[in-house]
Design a binder for this molecule. Sequence first.
Ligand code: FES
Length: 560
Amino acid sequence: MTADSEMVEPAGPRFSFEGRPREARPGDSVLDVLLRDGLPNLQRSPHYHRPRAPLCGLGQCTNCLVRVNGRPNVRACRYEPAEGDRVETENGWPSRRFDALAGFDLLFPSGLDTLHGFRRPAWATRFYQFVVRRLTGFGAPPSSESAARLRAPPEVRSVDVLILGAGRAGRACAARLVAAGGSPLVIDRARSLEPVSGAELLTRTTVSFLPPRPADGARPFEVLAYTEPARGLLLRAQRVVVAVGSYDASLLFGSNDRPGVMTADGALAMAPRGGPPPFRAAIVFGAGDRAAEVVRRLEAQVSALVAPGVVPPELVRVCSDAGVEIYPRSLLVRAHGRSRVRSVELVARGSGTVSRVACDAVVLAHRRVPNVPVLFQVGTRMRWHGDPGAYFPEVDPAGRTSVPGLWAVGSVAGARGAASPLSGDRAARSLLGALPAGPVDASRPEAGPGEFEGYYRELLRRPRPGRWVACPCEDILLKELEAVTAGGYRGVEVAKRYSGLGTGLCQGRYCLPDALLVLALHEGRAPSEVGYSTQRPPVHPTPLAALAALEPQMAPSEER
Ligand code: FES
């Protein structure tokens, strides 16, 4: 046997994508396989039929949905194909590359009102439904065969400590509890992770809290968990540690949904196993540590850095070492290109000088926001922080929240770096009774205007070329969101009901951070007064069939 043949990777499962055979390596997701041919445009947007390509690489957006063996809305970046799987794209007619329905874009530039139109004459209803289903672009319902497969036997478990998130903070917390003789259950939505020594780890699992525990703690937390591909779980936990981390936010600009626009999470995830990312000359938007990380790790594929503000000397040094051009204090106004970003238009803040920079990707590394939906859902008292412009839970120095029995640690609680006092280790010591409750940390500025409020104030005063997509999942445009305030309505919850923003599969993760800033500017009040939209379970997409299997076990909840 030669040295070369010894290095050949073991073969993985074979599956079909749009009828053509594909072969994965063990551990590959469907997206990993497709990325070998470059960035795939996997779907069309639901209203305007715009081409869309993966944005986050984390399983949080809705830009990589495919249909697997008749099951709709499976995220290609999370799904590891099995032998013989049939993977298809879900929308676009006759194909995702050429969507004839995009012609409606020209006929109805403000969008087609499929809700109120298509109603008369009533006898044509079945025909309208046929047409509207194709126009709305959400694919077809699950096949009966795939729905039946999801009816796994119900399971109910009781645990003392449940840790949500197996990153640095979650692991540190688990390690300390295990060392003290405990046996926490750790849950993470990642596809595969190193085991957590001594603790049980469930991967590919998402969670939602059922209605909050009463203030007297008389009942355990009830957490609905769903493990891909087909297992529903009802967990009853006495104590819960939330360590679900943070993610890179999206950004408002013209054609911000073009294929090639992606978050820093997405750019790094789409360079699998150290391979090249699916671009050759990206611009990185941002001026902080995250932007520096992207430039360092992907320097051969980054051509320019566009900073919303001043570029710190350390980042200037990183860019000049990598030969990356810098555009400081710039507004990103628009992306050009149809099926892929080809260039961006910038305006220098202050002078107003316009420049156009060629690129094949825009990597958003300007703002990391905490992954807070489960904290809102369980009723944690939250506090707005101007920098980075997001809500964080109110916690004491050990991560204890306002909800008895609930801790929040790591970056979801605002920790910065391993040395932060909001570490998993401190939370574990507090759970073990070794740390008394302390005062809520008020050291961070509460509601001062953040960098991005100023950025958007300047940007939104300018002309707005191209389509500015405020909510990519539901294809809600920025002007539709602004029409809410113009119509006299106030607050994000009302804006959600009026416009549909935040009602898609990502449940507002990518639209709410920016929408809060925009609404605050238009309403002339602080983002904290604009509110946050109600987070109802499940906060992650969960097949109804998997939930239905749990229904008999959840009977006691009916008393609530
Ligand atoms: S790229 Fe797969 S969910 Fe965002």
